[in-house]
Design a protein. Sequence first.
Length: 268
Amino acid sequence: MKIVVIGGTGLIGSRLVLKLKAQGHEVVAASPNTGVNTITGEGLAAALKGASVAVDVSNAPSWEDAAVMSFFETSTRNQLAAETAAGVKHHVALSVVGTDRLLSSGYFRAKMTQENLIKGSSIPYSIVHATQFFEFVKGIADFSTDGNKVRLPSALIQPMAADDVAGELARVATAAPINGTIEIGGPEKFRLGELVRQALAAWKDPREVVADPHAGYYGIQVDERSLVPREGAQLGKTRFAEWLAQSAQQAASAQPHSVAAATGGGKK
Ligand SMILES: NC(=O)c1ccc[n+]([C@@H]2O[C@H](COP(=O)([O-])OP(=O)(O)OC[C@H]3O[C@@H](n4cnc5c(N)ncnc54)[C@H](OP(=O)(O)O)[C@@H]3O)[C@@H](O)[C@H]2O)c1
């Protein structure tokens, strides 16, 4: 089967491309770095020619409200039009658990727009809602840092390894479209502060985590269960402590900016 992975050079995309290739599929990693741009349309029709499935794991370069909305709206419209023309039979997209509960954020309004465009198109689809990736924990800490303190609310979070996200996407992409949304998450729940405290200790990062009920998650007010999946979600196997031990080891041998490199950069 020919499968096009839009955003195939990213954190999730690069892992997904490897997994699908290992299963024997013909896989195209489509992104600006490989000459495919879903905003300008460059290379899109050629990449999709003969494809049965397209998986969208791209992300916006800017998360500013207007920019991120413009990215997901334009990119999704262009993908769906090009996929219709190419006769693609299954569109798979990665979104975030709780998107519909987090609409005070411009990022999640943009993800909701992406999802609604997919639901309104004639292409059979599967939307995968994942919880936050382990690789994103440094980004959460950095966003909430104030001097030497990291201020976080006590909401629950059930993060998962990027590798487990990619594994589940590979399964969904090679199965029949569900024309609906499934949720995936990690094997354990944490309090946000406890999760970040564990990570900073493993990375020997001196910042102190402070519980602050008024602090947001990425600037958004969240309640106890805003970020966690519902009962029955598919759960990844990798435990945070396992991943953390590995990332701390990689950080110790990498130079410089070692933690950022080992944890996926923490851009967000
Ligand atoms: N962060 C989380 O914890 C989390 C949780 C659940 C779901 N998600 C979702 O997971 C998805 C993937 O996230 P990620 O962290 O893997 O992303 P990422 O590492 O930032 O990768 C983004 C990818 O998008 C590509 N891209 C950017 N602009 C493009 C364009 N105009 N045309 C085509 N491709 C373009 C990039 O290509 P280049 O390399 O060529 O620039 C790159 O391959 C996102 O949609 C996000 O909403 C994230």
